[in-house]
Design a protein. Structure first.
Length: 286
């Protein structure tokens, strides 16, 4: 009697577990069967539609069914990873990517999402890729703030080195940026900044750059002195100005302007505040 009772108890303990395992196994088999049936059905209906001439509609319908089937298999978005984001507003970025957690990963239109992303002023380029089974990776190549265009339509704007307007909001939060102005100044700002970077001790004193007649720059220093650059070889003119500052401290003599447009001389404009004969060396300045 006792032996029969123990066998009954063992059977009671083992049977549910075995049935649970078998249920899981056959459930997976049935799930796979459903997917296979769905694929076969989609393929059959697609072939019929193509035969009838419904090419576009058939393709769209088949695509939607395949995307839905992939979602049923668990290929859904659980995580979106963004690389290279520094300046783009997060809410703007989310709208441009256009996906939500739980969406079918296969259903993400990579090309359309990229178009929306590069339409954001801060974004120079973007690339998206799927990482199965549940991740979308977005890589951004952002534009870098280079200058402030003081006369931009709508008010002062932060621009990149090619003149693309990035934002009008609080330019001061981007640190000390060169102020540029004049028709066509924006697209040429990057080239000017590159020249200034070659003369760092001079560059730190330049607060404003005005493009004159679309050809040459007037640079205003922190004490109000204006450096007039030529349209031909402004880099050489900057080097001459830096040398004159090193040798004679021309920036600090109180001249209203320093004309660098002639290659054989530097013309000092306006009476200096002190040491009137600071630059009276023949052959060097005039």
């Amino acid at each position: 009697m006792a032996r029969g009772t123990r066998r009954a108890e063992m059977k009671a303990r083992l049977t549910p577990r075995r049935l649970s395992w078998l249920g899981w196994f056959w459930g997976r088999v049935w799930f796979a069967t459903k997917i296979a049936i769905a694929i076969v059905a989609v393929a059959g209906l697609l072939a019929w539609a193509l035969a009838k001439g419904y090419v576009v509609a058939a393709g769209q319908w088949a695509e939607s069914r395949i995307v839905a089937a992939s979602a049923d298999m668990g290929l859904r978005i659980d995580k979106v990873t963004v690389d290279g984001m520094r300046y783009v507003d997060p809410a703007t970025l989310r709208r441009a990517i256009g996906v939500e957690t739980g969406d079918a990963l296969l259903g993400v239109d990579i090309a359309e999402a990229r178009v929306r992303l590069v339409a954001i002023p801060w974004v120079r380029d973007a690339h998206l890729r799927r990482v199965w089974p549940d991740t979308l990776i977005v890589a951004l190549d952002e534009r870098v703030p280079a200058a402030i265009q003081g006369d931009a339509p709508g008010g002062p704007a932060v621009i990149d080195g090619t003149g693309v307007v990035l934002t009008h909001d609080d330019p001061a939060r981007f640190g000390k940026l060169l102020m540029v102005a004049g028709a066509g100044a924006g697209p040429l700002a990057g080239a000017l900044i590159s020249l200034l970077n070659g003369q760092p001790e001079l560059a730190v004193r330049v607060t404003r750059a005005a493009l004159v007649s679309g050809r040459r720059w007037d640079l205003t220093l922190d004490n109000g002195t204006v450096l007039r650059l030529p349209d031909d070889d402004p880099g050489l003119a900057l080097a001459r100005a830096a040398q004159a500052q090193t040798e004679d401290h021309v920036f600090d003599q109180g001249y209203s302007g320093i004309d660098l447009r002639q290659k054989d001389r530097i013309i000092l404009e306006g009476a200096p505040a002190k040491t009137p004969d600071a630059l009276s060396k023949d052959g060097n300045h005039g």
